[in-house]
Write a protein of this length. Sequence first.
Length: 303
Amino acid sequence: MPLPWPRAAISCGGWVVLPLVPSSYILSIACPDTPGIIHAISGALLEVDANIVEQEQFTDTGTGLFFARTRFDSPQTDVSAVQAVVSDRMARFDPHVSVRHSTDHRRALILVSQYDHCLLDLLYRWRAGELPLDIVGIVSNHEACRPIAERYSIPYHFLPVTPGTKAEQEARLLSIVEEQAVDLVVLARYMQILSDAACSVLSGKAINIHHSFLPGFKGARPYHQAHERGVKIIGATAHFVTSDLDEGPIIEQQVVRVSHAHAVEDLAEMGRDVEKSVLSRAVRLFAEDRVFLNRQRTVVFGS
């Protein structure tokens, strides 16, 4: 009878040992909090002979919601069978359940205009193996970043936009999302405001990066405004895209101190560095199933 787990041969003193190699999974659960949830999760995992290797959970007493992320190994290689067992055990809790092989990457589409620093940072980290993603394309309303896409052999979709063609352009964008089965849309300094309709379609699966200052400066030349006001802190915020401009649930933030000695150019350079760092971290957290929407907030495990 064949063994249930895949095997890898290892030479040991002349003998060939075939150790069992289980499949690795990530389980994400969100549901109303009530007694018995952990018991049900444990029972489901026991049913598929799972070994838990990482577990995080959180109950928000304000919203009454429960969140959990579990990484586990199992001899069961059929992800749909594992999903069925977990869903059946958890059904009475009316949960949102996601089960996937940890090696199955989320599919990402990057949106960019002309500022390329965030795009370049994401692609570098992706190529270096730091971002567990499959980047399926780059969309831009300019041609400026096409050479970057070609360098990385990534399809480049040039979708110019004017006020008169915005609806048509967004329809094409959303068709790419659907055709490519995109799990995550990353706005890497994409200088276009998405319509309410597009935000609705992309709810919970689109991340934007925003320069955030204390106080916040909107409109053009934010670093000039910050310099003129003599700010002492600049930073960036990565958040989910919503119809409320730059006010979606926050995933990651970072700030750096500045002083009167910094010129506008210094602030802009430091701001670009912070934007890159914050966006890449938010994308990685999403790609690893560590981010949960909690109404207007987020629950972020491992942050």
